[in-house]
Design a protein around this ligand. Sequence first.
Ligand code: SF4
Length: 321
Amino acid sequence: MQCECGNRAVLYRPYEGRALCQKHFLKSFEKKVRENIRKYNLIEHNDTLAIGLSGGKDSGALLHVINKYYGNRPDLDIFAILIDEGIHGYRDNSIEDAKAQCEAVNVPLHIYSYNDQNEITMDQIMQEGRNEGLSACHFCGVFRRDLLNKFTRELGATKIAVGHNLDDEVQAILMNYLKGDLSKLARLGFKSDNTVSASFVPRIKPFRSIPEREVGLYAVLNNVGADFEECPYAADAFRFEIRDFLNEMEDKHPTTKHSLLSMFGKLQPFIEEAYAAEETDRPALQNCNQCGEPCTGEVCRRCELLLRVKNQQVQEHTSAD
Ligand code: SF4
């Protein structure tokens, strides 16, 4: 297969019906990312940008492209942040890679762990059976969101950039449709805002319209981000079913994923309107009486989960005595 320029192609884009050589693929990829950033105002003057890093390909590619085009802008501050969930044999490998990625481009990296912040790791929750039947991702998603928000805010970030790609986004759209979760649907987009509370740092997704395999190829061609083992606790069967279904549809009907994203974009104003109408009936935000973070009840979800896990620890010690 050949690129239009005559060089050997590294990628065929079925949704555009064209093949691209390495040079033209890299150029086209970076152009799309910059267009997304410009069109949706993802990076603005005087931003302090926190890049959510995992050591993997998506966030490695994000760090690379953002640093390449925005790293020298004197009005921007850029740093990276990594959350260590405490999953032996998985996260400990990727931390080393994240450190190397940041050193290579001279971007400071801040690491926070569940162990330091919550006094418990994901391994302890799962291996000691303290999860009370809830999935690991149930705890992990809440803890990660909380720490990312809290520490990026404390570090002065005005935005958190995450490496979510087209595949992640269309999976989330379909999953939330099927679950009927209006609030999560209303929050999907290139940029989440912080109109609910100034304590929430907005998230931006510059790769949101770019397929996962292209983000992966960009990372490989730039030698950033390793391919790690899957998390041993990844067990979201529903997401995997949706992922396989969408991949099958894309194989049979190229453009399925782009069409789904584009259709969702047209529906989103109505979804946001419906959600805003529901919102008026919800209690106002207050501060968690344990940690002070914003939440709708007296205790935030993170503290609620931690209290459950720790109560179980106390019960175990009492019955052992
Ligand atoms: Fe956490 Fe689940 Fe991701 Fe593993 S797969 S890192 S448990 S959210």
